[in-house]
Design a protein around this ligand. Structure first.
Ligand SMILES: O=C(O)[C@H](O)[C@@H](O)[C@H](O)[C@H](O)COP(=O)(O)O
Length: 248
């Protein structure tokens, strides 16, 4: 696993723009090398701000969306098009405005989908979708970049300190029933799935993220600070504004 590198920008707006430009560059490189790119999106303030910036950055960088696949690191288990779903916010910020094939957008199931209100069944469905897109014995596709927001409690995706899903070390997807961050029910990639990505980018803006950023860089107990386990196979970047960098 790669040791984390820090990329600093003055404020949230500059940070979102820098993340977007780097994501276009990384995605174009993946397309040149392998003809396809798999990106994992995240929710939260900086996660969605980066997608808003990505819309224009992709135009500037002539990104060919027709060979890109979009996945999610986690999702709030709510009805389709609910304003609080990460997918809804990603569509408003980016996906509804780009020419990406609809079968290249892989949202996690909604609570009114084919599995109804069964979050475990929905998690299993996503696990199967990931495996179908994987190569060989892998259980998930070859993710190029996994974006992760980080919570004030140092959670990433919907892996929260002390909850059992953080310790899941085999399955690629888990159902969460008691998230401390509303809503309580979520679907999340597990640590092994997140860490299978070539690159993991942690996005942190604001003084409330200074301590989780310090914990993430220190690399301590993943159970106590899941962000400490946010590492990519080839590269790990912590994208921070000056407020979130205050304890580095
Ligand atoms: O569904 C979610 O809530 C997100 O995926 C979550 O992991 C988020 O990225 C962090 O909680 C940071 O969110 P903020 O940037 O809004 O603090």
């Amino acid at each position: 696993m790669s040791e984390p590198e820090v990329v600093r920008r003055p404020d949230g707006g500059a940070l979102a723009d820098a993340i977007a430009d780097a994501l276009v560059e990384r995605t174009n490189a993946a397309l040149a090398e392998r003809g396809v790119a798999h990106l994992v999106l995240t929710g939260g303030g900086m996660g969605i701000a980066a997608l808003r910036s990505l819309r224009l950055a992709a135009e500037r960088g002539s990104l060919d969306w027709s060979r890109v696949h979009l996945w999610w690191g986690d999702e709030r288990f709510l009805p389709t098009k609910d304003a609080e779903r990460n997918e809804t916010q990603a569509c408003e910020a980016l996906i509804d405005h780009i020419g990406i094939p609809s079968d290249h957008v892989h949202p996690m199931p909604a609570s009114d989908g084919m599995d109804g209100d069964h979050v475990e069944h929905a998690a299993t469905r996503y696990k199967r979708e990931l495996t179908r897109a994987a190569h060989g014995e892998a259980s998930v596709p070859d993710f190029d970049v996994c974006l992760l927001g980080v919570g004030p409690d140092a959670h990433v995706a919907s892996l929260f300190p002390g909850l059992p899903e953080v310790r899941e070390d085999e399955a690629s997807v888990a159902a969460v029933r008691n998230s401390p961050k509303p809503p309580p029910r979520r679907i999340t990639l597990t640590m092994p799935a997140l860490r299978s990505a070539r690159e993991v980018w942690v996005l942190a803006s604001g003084e409330g993220k200074a301590e989780p950023v310090r914990l993430g860089l220190a690399g301590g107990s993943t159970d106590e600070a899941p962000v400490a386990g946010a590492r990519g196979r080839e590269r790990t970047l912590f994208w921070v504004d000056e407020a979130a960098a205050a304890r580095i």
